[in-house]
Design a protein around this ligand. Structure first.
Ligand SMILES: *Cc1c(COP(=O)(O)O)cnc(C)c1O
Length: 390
Protein backbone atom coordinates (compact mmCIF):
# COMPACT_ATOMS: atom_id res chain seq x y z
CA UNK A 1 0.00 0.00 0.00
CA UNK A 2 1.32 3.42 -0.94
CA UNK A 3 1.54 5.64 2.14
CA UNK A 4 0.28 9.05 1.09
CA UNK A 5 1.73 10.83 4.11
CA UNK A 6 5.33 10.57 2.96
CA UNK A 7 7.15 12.63 0.33
CA UNK A 8 8.95 9.58 -1.04
CA UNK A 9 9.00 5.84 -0.50
CA UNK A 10 11.11 2.75 -0.98
CA UNK A 11 10.02 -0.37 -2.77
CA UNK A 12 11.45 -3.81 -2.03
CA UNK A 13 11.03 -6.19 -4.94
CA UNK A 14 10.37 -9.61 -3.46
CA UNK A 15 10.73 -11.57 -6.70
CA UNK A 16 14.19 -10.05 -7.27
CA UNK A 17 15.14 -11.04 -3.74
CA UNK A 18 13.94 -14.59 -4.39
CA UNK A 19 16.07 -14.75 -7.55
CA UNK A 20 19.16 -13.51 -5.70
CA UNK A 21 18.61 -16.00 -2.91
CA UNK A 22 18.16 -18.92 -5.24
CA UNK A 23 21.28 -17.95 -7.22
CA UNK A 24 23.33 -17.59 -4.02
CA UNK A 25 21.99 -20.76 -2.43
CA UNK A 26 22.64 -22.81 -5.54
CA UNK A 27 26.14 -21.37 -5.56
CA UNK A 28 27.07 -21.89 -1.89
CA UNK A 29 25.24 -25.22 -1.64
CA UNK A 30 21.91 -26.00 -0.04
CA UNK A 31 23.40 -27.68 3.03
CA UNK A 32 25.21 -24.45 3.97
CA UNK A 33 23.38 -22.16 6.41
CA UNK A 34 22.56 -18.85 4.74
CA UNK A 35 22.84 -16.01 7.22
CA UNK A 36 21.35 -12.82 5.88
CA UNK A 37 23.44 -9.84 7.01
CA UNK A 38 21.13 -6.98 7.96
CA UNK A 39 23.43 -4.54 9.73
CA UNK A 40 23.09 -0.85 8.79
CA UNK A 41 19.29 -1.13 8.77
CA UNK A 42 19.53 -4.00 6.28
CA UNK A 43 21.87 -1.92 4.06
CA UNK A 44 19.20 0.80 3.97
CA UNK A 45 16.43 -1.61 2.96
CA UNK A 46 14.89 -1.38 6.45
CA UNK A 47 15.14 -4.18 9.03
CA UNK A 48 11.46 -3.95 9.93
CA UNK A 49 10.21 -4.73 6.43
CA UNK A 50 13.14 -6.67 5.05
CA UNK A 51 13.24 -9.37 7.75
CA UNK A 52 9.65 -10.64 7.28
CA UNK A 53 10.12 -10.57 3.50
CA UNK A 54 13.32 -12.63 3.78
CA UNK A 55 11.57 -15.06 6.14
CA UNK A 56 8.82 -15.46 3.55
CA UNK A 57 11.56 -16.49 1.13
CA UNK A 58 12.90 -19.08 3.56
CA UNK A 59 15.69 -17.23 5.43
CA UNK A 60 15.95 -18.28 9.09
CA UNK A 61 19.29 -16.80 10.16
CA UNK A 62 20.15 -13.10 10.41
CA UNK A 63 23.40 -11.33 11.27
CA UNK A 64 23.60 -7.87 12.76
CA UNK A 65 26.43 -5.68 13.99
CA UNK A 66 25.17 -4.65 17.41
CA UNK A 67 22.71 -5.50 20.16
CA UNK A 68 20.32 -2.66 19.28
CA UNK A 69 20.07 -4.03 15.74
CA UNK A 70 19.53 -7.50 17.21
CA UNK A 71 16.57 -6.17 19.18
CA UNK A 72 15.13 -4.61 16.02
CA UNK A 73 15.55 -7.93 14.21
CA UNK A 74 13.90 -9.84 17.05
CA UNK A 75 10.95 -7.45 16.92
CA UNK A 76 10.70 -7.70 13.14
CA UNK A 77 10.85 -11.48 12.80
CA UNK A 78 7.64 -13.39 12.31
CA UNK A 79 8.94 -16.89 13.06
CA UNK A 80 11.69 -18.55 15.09
CA UNK A 81 14.59 -17.12 13.04
CA UNK A 82 17.94 -16.93 14.77
CA UNK A 83 19.71 -13.59 15.28
CA UNK A 84 23.50 -13.38 15.58
CA UNK A 85 25.52 -10.35 16.71
CA UNK A 86 28.83 -10.12 14.82
CA UNK A 87 30.16 -7.03 16.55
CA UNK A 88 29.28 -4.77 19.44
CA UNK A 89 27.52 -6.05 22.50
CA UNK A 90 28.43 -4.48 25.82
CA UNK A 91 28.83 -6.73 28.84
CA UNK A 92 25.65 -5.10 30.16
CA UNK A 93 23.65 -6.36 27.18
CA UNK A 94 24.87 -9.97 27.41
CA UNK A 95 22.01 -10.96 29.71
CA UNK A 96 19.47 -9.70 27.21
CA UNK A 97 21.13 -11.69 24.41
CA UNK A 98 21.27 -14.91 26.46
CA UNK A 99 17.65 -14.60 27.55
CA UNK A 100 16.55 -14.02 23.95
CA UNK A 101 18.62 -16.84 22.40
CA UNK A 102 20.66 -14.32 20.44
CA UNK A 103 24.17 -15.60 19.70
CA UNK A 104 27.19 -13.32 19.62
CA UNK A 105 30.82 -13.23 18.57
CA UNK A 106 33.37 -13.55 21.37
CA UNK A 107 36.58 -11.82 20.33
CA UNK A 108 38.16 -11.26 23.76
CA UNK A 109 38.65 -13.29 26.94
CA UNK A 110 36.92 -10.51 28.86
CA UNK A 111 33.76 -11.04 26.82
CA UNK A 112 34.00 -14.81 27.28
CA UNK A 113 34.25 -14.48 31.05
CA UNK A 114 31.45 -11.92 31.20
CA UNK A 115 29.22 -14.18 29.08
CA UNK A 116 29.84 -17.09 31.46
CA UNK A 117 29.01 -14.92 34.48
CA UNK A 118 25.75 -13.80 32.92
CA UNK A 119 24.90 -17.36 31.89
CA UNK A 120 25.45 -18.50 35.50
CA UNK A 121 23.29 -15.69 36.82
CA UNK A 122 20.45 -16.44 34.38
CA UNK A 123 20.98 -20.20 34.55
CA UNK A 124 20.90 -20.50 30.77
CA UNK A 125 23.85 -21.14 28.44
CA UNK A 126 25.21 -18.33 26.28
CA UNK A 127 25.31 -19.08 22.55
CA UNK A 128 28.71 -17.94 21.33
CA UNK A 129 30.89 -17.85 18.24
CA UNK A 130 34.63 -17.84 18.81
CA UNK A 131 35.90 -15.04 16.57
CA UNK A 132 39.55 -15.74 15.77
CA UNK A 133 42.14 -13.17 14.72
CA UNK A 134 43.62 -14.50 11.47
CA UNK A 135 45.28 -11.39 10.05
CA UNK A 136 42.78 -8.58 9.74
CA UNK A 137 44.12 -7.11 12.97
CA UNK A 138 40.85 -5.59 13.98
CA UNK A 139 38.90 -7.94 16.25
CA UNK A 140 39.44 -11.52 17.28
CA UNK A 141 41.00 -13.85 19.84
CA UNK A 142 44.79 -13.87 19.48
CA UNK A 143 46.81 -17.05 19.13
CA UNK A 144 48.37 -16.57 22.56
CA UNK A 145 44.88 -16.50 24.09
CA UNK A 146 43.77 -19.80 22.56
CA UNK A 147 44.95 -22.03 25.44
CA UNK A 148 43.19 -19.89 28.03
CA UNK A 149 40.09 -19.88 25.83
CA UNK A 150 40.04 -23.67 25.73
CA UNK A 151 40.60 -23.96 29.47
CA UNK A 152 37.86 -21.46 30.35
CA UNK A 153 35.39 -23.14 27.98
CA UNK A 154 36.14 -26.59 29.42
CA UNK A 155 35.68 -25.35 32.97
CA UNK A 156 32.28 -23.83 32.07
CA UNK A 157 30.91 -26.24 29.52
CA UNK A 158 27.35 -26.21 30.87
CA UNK A 159 27.14 -22.42 30.52
CA UNK A 160 28.14 -22.25 26.87
CA UNK A 161 26.61 -23.38 23.64
CA UNK A 162 29.29 -23.29 20.98
CA UNK A 163 27.38 -22.11 17.93
CA UNK A 164 30.37 -21.22 15.85
CA UNK A 165 34.04 -20.60 15.22
CA UNK A 166 34.67 -17.83 12.75
CA UNK A 167 36.80 -15.12 11.21
CA UNK A 168 36.47 -12.24 8.75
CA UNK A 169 38.69 -11.36 5.78
CA UNK A 170 40.47 -8.09 5.15
CA UNK A 171 39.23 -7.15 1.69
CA UNK A 172 38.34 -10.28 -0.30
CA UNK A 173 36.84 -8.15 -3.10
CA UNK A 174 40.19 -7.03 -4.44
CA UNK A 175 42.97 -9.11 -5.99
CA UNK A 176 45.45 -6.69 -4.44
CA UNK A 177 44.76 -8.42 -1.12
CA UNK A 178 45.20 -11.95 -2.52
CA UNK A 179 48.24 -12.91 -0.47
CA UNK A 180 46.82 -11.54 2.76
CA UNK A 181 43.52 -13.39 2.25
CA UNK A 182 45.32 -16.67 1.44
CA UNK A 183 47.25 -16.34 4.69
CA UNK A 184 44.05 -15.72 6.60
CA UNK A 185 42.38 -18.77 5.04
CA UNK A 186 45.37 -20.93 6.00
CA UNK A 187 45.46 -19.53 9.52
CA UNK A 188 41.77 -20.11 10.03
CA UNK A 189 42.00 -23.72 8.87
CA UNK A 190 44.97 -24.37 11.12
CA UNK A 191 43.48 -22.66 14.18
CA UNK A 192 40.04 -24.24 13.89
CA UNK A 193 41.62 -27.71 13.53
CA UNK A 194 43.69 -27.01 16.61
CA UNK A 195 40.54 -26.14 18.59
CA UNK A 196 38.95 -29.35 17.34
CA UNK A 197 41.94 -31.37 18.54
CA UNK A 198 41.48 -29.77 21.95
CA UNK A 199 37.88 -31.01 21.98
CA UNK A 200 36.35 -27.65 21.06
CA UNK A 201 34.26 -28.31 17.97
CA UNK A 202 31.56 -25.65 17.48
CA UNK A 203 28.51 -26.32 15.35
CA UNK A 204 29.37 -24.02 12.44
CA UNK A 205 32.70 -23.00 10.98
CA UNK A 206 32.06 -19.77 9.12
CA UNK A 207 34.16 -17.10 7.47
CA UNK A 208 32.61 -15.99 4.19
CA UNK A 209 31.00 -12.64 3.38
CA UNK A 210 29.76 -11.94 -0.17
CA UNK A 211 33.17 -11.18 -1.67
CA UNK A 212 35.02 -14.10 -0.10
CA UNK A 213 32.23 -16.57 -0.96
CA UNK A 214 32.26 -15.37 -4.58
CA UNK A 215 36.04 -15.03 -5.02
CA UNK A 216 37.32 -17.80 -2.72
CA UNK A 217 34.79 -20.69 -2.65
CA UNK A 218 36.91 -22.55 -0.07
CA UNK A 219 35.82 -19.93 2.51
CA UNK A 220 32.17 -21.07 2.31
CA UNK A 221 32.38 -23.87 4.99
CA UNK A 222 29.21 -24.56 7.14
CA UNK A 223 27.61 -21.12 7.02
CA UNK A 224 27.93 -17.93 4.96
CA UNK A 225 27.23 -14.38 6.12
CA UNK A 226 25.93 -12.67 3.00
CA UNK A 227 25.14 -8.98 2.97
CA UNK A 228 25.51 -6.90 -0.19
CA UNK A 229 25.00 -9.72 -2.73
CA UNK A 230 21.54 -10.70 -1.43
CA UNK A 231 20.40 -7.12 -2.07
CA UNK A 232 21.48 -7.52 -5.69
CA UNK A 233 24.87 -5.80 -5.71
CA UNK A 234 28.29 -7.23 -6.42
CA UNK A 235 30.78 -6.16 -3.73
CA UNK A 236 32.67 -4.39 -6.53
CA UNK A 237 33.12 -4.63 -10.28
CA UNK A 238 36.24 -6.74 -9.99
CA UNK A 239 34.35 -9.48 -8.14
CA UNK A 240 31.72 -9.56 -10.90
CA UNK A 241 34.33 -9.78 -13.68
CA UNK A 242 36.23 -12.46 -11.82
CA UNK A 243 33.07 -14.49 -11.21
CA UNK A 244 31.87 -14.29 -14.80
CA UNK A 245 35.29 -15.40 -16.03
CA UNK A 246 35.20 -18.45 -13.76
CA UNK A 247 31.55 -19.30 -14.59
CA UNK A 248 31.05 -19.48 -18.37
CA UNK A 249 27.41 -20.56 -17.82
CA UNK A 250 26.68 -17.20 -16.15
CA UNK A 251 28.62 -15.40 -18.86
CA UNK A 252 26.70 -17.17 -21.63
CA UNK A 253 23.39 -15.79 -20.35
CA UNK A 254 24.61 -12.21 -20.81
CA UNK A 255 22.62 -11.26 -17.79
CA UNK A 256 23.64 -10.28 -14.30
CA UNK A 257 22.33 -13.06 -12.01
CA UNK A 258 21.79 -10.51 -9.24
CA UNK A 259 18.87 -8.09 -9.37
CA UNK A 260 18.50 -4.92 -7.34
CA UNK A 261 15.85 -5.31 -4.67
CA UNK A 262 15.45 -1.65 -3.76
CA UNK A 263 13.87 1.27 -5.61
CA UNK A 264 13.41 4.82 -4.31
CA UNK A 265 10.53 6.80 -5.71
CA UNK A 266 8.81 10.13 -5.26
CA UNK A 267 6.57 12.31 -7.37
CA UNK A 268 6.42 15.67 -9.10
CA UNK A 269 5.25 18.20 -6.54
CA UNK A 270 4.71 21.15 -8.86
CA UNK A 271 5.87 22.49 -12.24
CA UNK A 272 6.42 26.00 -13.57
CA UNK A 273 7.66 27.91 -16.60
CA UNK A 274 10.79 29.99 -16.06
CA UNK A 275 11.83 32.48 -18.75
CA UNK A 276 15.37 32.57 -20.19
CA UNK A 277 17.97 34.42 -18.11
CA UNK A 278 16.50 33.76 -14.64
CA UNK A 279 18.11 32.11 -11.62
CA UNK A 280 16.36 29.03 -10.22
CA UNK A 281 16.12 28.44 -6.46
CA UNK A 282 18.44 29.83 -3.77
CA UNK A 283 21.31 31.98 -4.94
CA UNK A 284 22.75 31.93 -8.39
CA UNK A 285 24.02 28.43 -9.12
CA UNK A 286 21.58 27.82 -11.98
CA UNK A 287 20.70 30.30 -14.73
CA UNK A 288 18.11 29.36 -17.35
CA UNK A 289 19.62 29.48 -20.84
CA UNK A 290 16.23 29.49 -22.60
CA UNK A 291 12.55 29.39 -21.63
CA UNK A 292 12.49 26.32 -19.39
CA UNK A 293 10.09 24.06 -17.59
CA UNK A 294 11.18 23.43 -13.99
CA UNK A 295 9.65 20.84 -11.63
CA UNK A 296 10.01 20.44 -7.86
CA UNK A 297 10.49 17.05 -6.22
CA UNK A 298 10.04 16.68 -2.44
CA UNK A 299 13.45 15.12 -1.76
CA UNK A 300 16.49 16.88 -0.36
CA UNK A 301 19.62 16.45 1.67
CA UNK A 302 17.47 15.70 4.74
CA UNK A 303 16.58 12.48 2.91
CA UNK A 304 20.11 11.65 1.87
CA UNK A 305 20.05 13.31 -1.55
CA UNK A 306 23.38 15.09 -1.12
CA UNK A 307 23.90 18.81 -1.67
CA UNK A 308 26.87 17.80 -3.79
CA UNK A 309 24.34 16.58 -6.38
CA UNK A 310 23.45 20.23 -7.01
CA UNK A 311 23.41 20.73 -10.81
CA UNK A 312 24.90 17.23 -11.18
CA UNK A 313 22.32 14.67 -10.01
CA UNK A 314 19.84 12.97 -12.32
CA UNK A 315 16.40 11.47 -11.66
CA UNK A 316 13.95 9.70 -13.98
CA UNK A 317 10.63 11.19 -15.05
CA UNK A 318 8.35 9.64 -17.72
CA UNK A 319 11.15 7.23 -18.59
CA UNK A 320 13.61 10.05 -19.32
CA UNK A 321 16.62 11.42 -17.48
CA UNK A 322 15.95 14.75 -15.81
CA UNK A 323 18.93 16.74 -14.47
CA UNK A 324 18.88 18.53 -11.13
CA UNK A 325 18.68 22.28 -11.80
CA UNK A 326 19.95 24.42 -8.95
CA UNK A 327 20.85 23.78 -5.33
CA UNK A 328 19.59 20.67 -3.58
CA UNK A 329 17.60 22.02 -0.62
CA UNK A 330 16.90 20.38 2.72
CA UNK A 331 13.59 18.80 1.64
CA UNK A 332 13.31 19.73 -1.99
CA UNK A 333 15.10 19.70 -5.31
CA UNK A 334 14.34 21.27 -8.66
CA UNK A 335 14.80 19.49 -12.00
CA UNK A 336 14.81 20.61 -15.62
CA UNK A 337 11.98 18.93 -17.55
CA UNK A 338 11.99 21.26 -20.57
CA UNK A 339 12.74 18.42 -23.00
CA UNK A 340 10.45 15.85 -21.39
CA UNK A 341 6.94 16.18 -22.78
CA UNK A 342 3.75 16.10 -20.72
CA UNK A 343 5.16 16.04 -17.21
CA UNK A 344 2.41 16.65 -14.68
CA UNK A 345 2.12 17.11 -10.98
CA UNK A 346 1.88 13.67 -9.34
CA UNK A 347 3.97 11.88 -11.98
CA UNK A 348 6.37 9.31 -10.60
CA UNK A 349 10.00 10.34 -10.06
CA UNK A 350 12.62 7.60 -9.68
CA UNK A 351 15.74 8.38 -7.66
CA UNK A 352 17.02 4.81 -7.60
CA UNK A 353 15.51 2.08 -9.75
CA UNK A 354 13.97 1.55 -13.17
CA UNK A 355 11.50 3.53 -15.22
CA UNK A 356 10.80 2.61 -18.84
CA UNK A 357 14.13 1.67 -20.45
CA UNK A 358 16.14 3.79 -18.06
CA UNK A 359 17.71 2.82 -14.78
CA UNK A 360 19.28 4.89 -12.03
CA UNK A 361 21.58 2.43 -10.32
CA UNK A 362 22.89 2.99 -6.84
CA UNK A 363 26.29 2.80 -8.52
CA UNK A 364 25.52 5.69 -10.86
CA UNK A 365 24.07 7.60 -7.98
CA UNK A 366 27.16 6.76 -5.98
CA UNK A 367 29.60 7.51 -8.76
CA UNK A 368 28.21 10.98 -8.80
CA UNK A 369 28.82 11.09 -5.10
CA UNK A 370 32.03 9.12 -5.30
CA UNK A 371 30.81 6.61 -2.73
CA UNK A 372 30.64 2.84 -2.62
CA UNK A 373 27.27 1.05 -2.91
CA UNK A 374 27.49 0.11 0.75
CA UNK A 375 27.90 3.70 1.87
CA UNK A 376 25.11 5.10 -0.30
CA UNK A 377 22.67 2.36 0.69
CA UNK A 378 23.03 2.81 4.43
CA UNK A 379 22.37 6.53 4.09
CA UNK A 380 18.89 5.95 2.74
CA UNK A 381 16.68 7.33 5.50
CA UNK A 382 15.22 4.78 7.88
CA UNK A 383 12.09 6.90 8.38
CA UNK A 384 10.67 6.50 4.88
CA UNK A 385 8.03 3.83 4.31
CA UNK A 386 9.01 0.55 2.62
CA UNK A 387 6.55 -1.17 0.38
CA UNK A 388 7.01 -4.82 -0.59
CA UNK A 389 6.33 -5.38 -4.30
CA UNK A 390 5.23 -8.97 -4.85
C1 LIG B 1 29.32 -6.92 6.93
C2 LIG B 1 29.83 -8.24 7.27
C3 LIG B 1 29.56 -9.34 6.45
C4 LIG B 1 28.78 -9.21 5.14
O1 LIG B 1 29.54 -8.48 4.20
P1 LIG B 1 29.04 -8.33 2.67
O2 LIG B 1 30.24 -7.82 1.97
O3 LIG B 1 27.97 -7.29 2.68
O4 LIG B 1 28.55 -9.64 2.23
C5 LIG B 1 30.00 -10.58 6.85
N1 LIG B 1 30.70 -10.74 8.01
C6 LIG B 1 31.00 -9.70 8.82
C7 LIG B 1 31.77 -9.94 10.07
C8 LIG B 1 30.59 -8.42 8.47
O5 LIG B 1 30.88 -7.40 9.28
Amino acid sequence: MKDELYPSRLELDKSSYEKNLSFLRDYVGHDVVFSSVIKGNAYGHGIRDFVPMAEDCGVRHFSVFSSDEARQACRARTCDSHVMIMGMISNGALGWAIENDVSFFVFELDRLKAAINEAKRIQKPARIHLHLETGMNRLGLEEDEFEDTVRIIKENREYLELDGICTHYAGAESVGNYVRIQEQIENFKEYSSWFKEQGIDPKYRHSACSASALNYPETIMDMVRIGIAQYGFWPNRETYMNFVKKHPDVNAKHKDPLERVLAWKSEIMSTKKVPAGEFVGYGNTYLTSRDQQIASVPIGYAHGFGRNLTNVGIVLVNGERAPVAGLVNMNLLTIDITDIPDVEKGDEVVIIGKQGDQEMTVASFSEMRNFMNYEVLVQIPSGLPREIIE
